[in-house]
Design a protein. Structure first.
Length: 237
């Protein structure tokens, strides 16, 4: 797990319930592809639309993509978005992205296969000291802030089901999914839930214990109150 980027430091470990993410509602939905510890999805930006590969990030409150001119960039495969301005600097745990705040159409597919477009504000990055991979040019922030993707499209609801990471998973018929808006809930047998704790702009859960096999050597009784659901922070051990 690479250092220097908030997404990697706060990597989500989750059950994947792909078969349960089924809805009769026509909601924005895209496929998720596991790639070296990240989960990527495709979306388009601009008019005419330009396809961009995105990494989802539950700890980020900003949607941003690499743009030209780009002084320091991490992607060498995909072309950069050319913007047509308002400066921004967005920090991660050990890096940051700098650029201008712009507004454009963002387009993803829906459960019925239709294209769904939203007018969103996003960061057009010209200098990045965070590192993802060559296949990623854009970050879709799923946090609670006003510039996150769920906040900007008018509904703070979203759900996703993840595939296992690693090249050993080769079944092409099963794909990860991420859905947004009302009707995106995961339902079905085997689905369980736990409430989030409202603190700051992150998603927190209260852990009651950690089970290893059939034993529960650690009874936490809420002592990890401020652990995000994507990590247990070092100072909470």
């Amino acid at each position: 797990m690479a250092s220097g980027v908030k997404f990697h430091s706060y990597f989500l470990l989750s059950y994947y319930l792909i078969g349960l993410l089924v809805t009769t509602h026509n909601v924005p939905q895209a496929q998720l592809i596991p790639y070296y510890g990240q989960h990527l999805t495709k979306a388009s930006i601009g008019t005419p639309p330009i396809d961009i590969c995105n990494a989802i990030d539950t700890t980020s409150d900003l949607v941003w993509t690499e743009c030209v001119p780009c002084d320091v960039c991490f992607s060498r495969i995909h072309p950069k978005f050319d913007p047509k301005s308002c400066n921004y600097v967005y920090g991660y745990t050990s890096g940051l992205t700098k650029g201008v705040l712009a507004k454009e159409n963002a387009t993803i597919t829906s459960t019925f296969g239709q294209a769904v477009s939203f007018d969103i504000a996003f960061g057009c990055a010209h200098n990045n000291t965070v590192h993802y991979n060559d296949h990623t040019t854009r970050i879709i922030g799923l946090g609670l802030g006003p510039f996150s993707f769920p906040s900007q499209i008018g509904s703070k609801r979203f759900s996703y089901c993840l595939l296992p990471n690693g090249t050993e998973y080769t079944d092409p018929s099963i794909k990860g999914k991420i859905s947004f808006g009302n009707g995106s809930e995961v339902v079905g047998d085997g689905v369980v839930s736990t409430p989030f704790v409202a603190l700051e702009d992150q998603y927190y859960v209260t852990l009651e214990g950690i089970r290893v096999g059939d034993t529960c050597p650690f009874t936490l009784q809420g002592r990890f109150l401020r652990a995000t659901f994507v990590s247990i922070q070092d100072n909470r051990h």
